[in-house]
Design a protein around this ligand. Structure first.
Ligand SMILES: Cc1cc2nc3c(=O)[nH]c(=O)nc-3n(C[C@H](O)[C@H](O)[C@H](O)COP(=O)(O)OP(=O)(O)OC[C@H]3O[C@@H](n4cnc5c(N)ncnc54)[C@H](O)[C@@H]3O)c2cc1C
Length: 344
């Protein structure tokens, strides 16, 4: 293992691997430390939007693709249809492995099963599964370590805006991709049914200011049963979604993806922001004069989503009305489904 890297990336999720690959392709010596034994597995519904990502992912990775999105509220049902798929599903483990292979091919040293346990201004202490510790020095440090980021805490940044998502990979099949905007059950969030190749991702997203994980789980189980799916509570997994964005650059330390708080507070979509911010940070490390336009566009979309989320989270009565108005505007084509996506 290297004792020194130009860039040490903490976290081998989509943000970290996208950043590391681009840096290594340009000749930087990059080490990625990922605490899981293999990069990829993550609590996630695996939804990718056509505008955001789908075009960049090999067809073999796509599980199911949906040119129709079925949106339900207590009062309305809206089917948004387009010639191209609007959202498709991928398996996070397979996506992660594909990204890790690309990183390795570019020359990145990927240390799977390696956790960062201590950070310093110019390096970190790594711990392997065996418990063996070692030090690594680096020129730049990239925190791509997700919603509970150690790097973010090391930088002293608070996290005041957080969503919680629950996901269940349920055996079975389903023809439609469904979004259930029921404010009585999910507050400012929603319940979803995202079909994969052999399973269904059935889950719920909400804001932690409105629900505990336990409450949301009870609601998810109740709602899923009403949809005809008896979920096994033991297979429901929870994950946090940080959407408190406070910038990516902190001297020689950087944050990308969920660690930077770039996921959407409105929908929980975070794969696209992770990839875009990972690549933008790589370009800024390589060229300090890089304007970062892609990041500015992402941050603008993120601000819109955050404003809408705050409106729905803070005003209980308004929430139900907002959901109905959103569905109505989609039904009458006054707004486009893509406004709910993080890609512009
Ligand atoms: C239930 C749920 C459903 C979701 N569904 C969708 C969806 O359908 N579409 C979508 O776009 N987004 C979805 N998201 C959000 C999406 O999963 C994240 O936004 C995305 O994974 C962020 O990528 P990232 O690379 O920033 O972080 P992550 O994917 O979280 O990767 C961070 C990595 O860092 C590693 N790590 C953490 N700490 C350390 C450490 N100390 N040392 C070493 N490694 C460390 C972790 O093991 C992890 O692999 C969902 C989230 C949840 C919770």
């Amino acid at each position: 293992m290297a004792e020194r890297a130009d860039v040490l990336v903490i976290g081998g999720g989509p943000g970290g691997l996208a950043c590391a690959t681009l840096l290594a392709e340009q000749g930087a010596k990059v080490v990625v430390a990922e605490r899981k034994p293999v990069p990829g597995p993550k609590v996630c519904a695996g939804g990718l939007t056509w505008h955001g990502l789908l075009r960049h992912v090999p067809a073999a990775l796509i599980e199911r693709a949906f040119p129709e999105q079925d949106i339900r509220t207590p009062w309305q049902r809206v089917v948004v249809a387009e010639p191209d798929p609007i959202v498709a599903t991928v398996n996070r483990e397979r996506l992660g492995q594909w990204m890790a292979e690309r990183a390795l091919a570019a020359g990145v040293e990927v240390l799977a099963g390696t956790r960062i346990v201590r950070l310093e201004a110019h390096g970190a202490t790594l711990e392997a599964v065996s418990g063996r510790r070692s030090a690594i020095a680096c020129g730049h440090l990239v925190g791509a370590d997700g919603s509970t980021s150690l790097v973010r805490r090391f930088l002293g940044l608070p996290t005041a805006a957080m969503g919680i998502g629950l996901n269940c990979l349920h055996p079975g099949s389903h023809t439609r991709m469904e979004w259930h905007l029921d404010a009585r059950l999910f507050g400012a969030g929603y319940g979803w049914i995202f079909p994969h190749r052999e399973t269904l991702s059935i889950g719920a997203y909400g804001d932690i200011r409105l629900f505990s994980g336990r409450e949301l789980k009870e609601r998810l189980l109740r709602w899923a049963a009403a949809q005809g799916f008896r979920l096994d509570p033991r297979t429901i997994r929870a994950g946090l979604v940080n959407y408190d964005y406070r910038g990516v650059r902190f001297d020689r330390a950087w944050l990308v993806g969920d660690a930077a708080g770039l996921a959407s507070g409105l929908t929980g979509e975070g794969i696209y922001p992770a990839l875009v911010s990972g690549q933008a940070v790589a370009r800024m490390i390589l060229d300090p004069a890089h304007p970062g336009d892609e990041l500015a566009r992402l941050a603008a979309r993120h601000r819109q989503h955050r404003r809408l989320t705050a409106l729905a989270v803070n005003h209980r009565r308004l929430r139900r009305l907002l959901m109905e108005i959103t569905a109505l505007l989609l039904r009458t084509k006054v707004i486009d489904f893509h406004l709910l996506e993080m890609a512009d």
